[in-house]
Design a protein around this ligand. Sequence first.
Ligand SMILES: NC(=O)C1=CN([C@@H]2O[C@H](COP(=O)(O)OP(=O)(O)OC[C@H]3O[C@@H](n4cnc5c(N)ncnc54)[C@H](OP(=O)(O)O)[C@@H]3O)[C@@H](O)[C@H]2O)C=CC1
Ligand SMILES: O=C1CO[C@H](CO)[C@@H](O)[C@@H]1O
Length: 278
Amino acid sequence: MHTIKLNNGLEIPVLGLGTWQSKEDAVQKAVVHALQNGYTHIDTAAVYENEKEVGDGIIESGVAREDIFLTSKVWNDVSTYEGTLKAFEDSIQKLQTSYLDLYLIHWPGPYARFKEVYRAMEELYEQGKVKAIGVSNFNVHHLNELMKDCKVTPVVNQVECHVKYQNQFLNEFCNSHNITLQAYAPMMSWKVGELANIDVVSKLAEKYGKTPTQIALRWLIQRDIIVLPKSVTPSRIEENIQVFDFELSDEDMAELRWVNDGTRLFIEPDNMDYGFYK
Ligand SMILES: NC(=O)C1=CN([C@@H]2O[C@H](COP(=O)(O)OP(=O)(O)OC[C@H]3O[C@@H](n4cnc5c(N)ncnc54)[C@H](OP(=O)(O)O)[C@@H]3O)[C@@H](O)[C@H]2O)C=CC1
Ligand SMILES: O=C1CO[C@H](CO)[C@@H](O)[C@@H]1O
């Protein structure tokens, strides 16, 4: 699997299995199938309520833990230092592992909240319980505020990113600070079917003998963005990793740039309802 070097030197596989809305038996089977078919990277979160089954799948796959890059995230109801340490212990217990490769703040919330949570994550990093720490759904102003006084620069920012919502400005900002972008919803999530209706995407699928989803994933990978395609369907899990045997030309990369129309599927982080903080 191709990797990207994060700002702390850790190598991250450029493609990982997404697991949002993957539940119970299905997610366990998906994790086994993925790990036995070349995936080395799994993305989960406390709020997905599947960490136990993801952990079961990792064990059932027979793949050694140290050969897997495993990410989880602290959810929005955690806002204290102690609460973050406890959330981490809950996650690794469910995942049946002693460490995480990457631990993320799932959504920012108010400045004071994410700074407190991040301070605990820095502690986990210093103790070696997580190999890297990062953020998700952070806008530029959140990153600027965090970087004013954090000790450890976040390695990634995991955000919505796909052909119709390319997030170019945030990507450039992150690149300029050596923060790697991770694309969630890389195949447009519940609107995955629309990819085939985008003329440029379907034209390139035909040209390269690939599927629209493979074009969408390859386009992100060639921009050095990490992709997290989710599937619980064995054939699609296999299809989504078949993106390393072709290369989009510069002209085709540029043409895809124009597909961007700002269609956002997930809520804008500043509009998230954080009212349920404990
Ligand atoms: N940090 C954050 O706030 C967020 C993080 N994420 C992470 O990113 C991951 C990916 O995002 P997600 O929203 O799941 O969306 P994706 O873009 O990965 O799309 C997933 C959807 O596409 C379908 N699908 C998968 N492969 C194919 C294929 N080859 N052809 C046709 N359909 C396909 C899946 O169906 P099926 O499973 O039935 O095959 C599912 O319905 C998440 O799973 C999660 O890990 C996601 C959202 C927010
Ligand atoms: O990762 C994600 C998917 O699930 C959550 C909701 O349950 C989202 O808020 C989040 O961004």
